[in-house]
Design a protein around this ligand. Sequence first.
Ligand SMILES: [Zn+2]
Length: 94
Amino acid sequence: MAMFTVVRVRKEWSADRSHRHIEGVLTAANVYYDCQQVVASIDAGNIWNTSLDGYSARITTLGYCPVPSCLAKPYLKTHPDSWDLDNLENLPEG
Ligand SMILES: [Zn+2]
C-alpha cells in the first residue's frame, strides 16, 4: 500500500462548456495522475489525501462528475465534503 499527497489539481472544460471539472491531480512529488489513474490506484488499496496549509482530507472515487448531466468519468472527491482548504475542488491549479 502506498500513500499519495495531492497538492494541486488540473481542470478542463466540460464537453458542453458549462463548467470546469477536475481532469487530474499533481502530487507533492510533482507527478501528474489523471482521474482514471487515481481511481485505479484507490481501487487497488492505495491511500490518497489532499494537503494544503496543514489541512488534509481523504480522496474517494465518484462514478461521474457531480454536475448533473455531465458524463465525465470517473471522478474524484474528498471525504467528508469539507470546508475550502482541504476540498479537492479548491486546491490550487497547476
Ligand atoms: Zn463535469
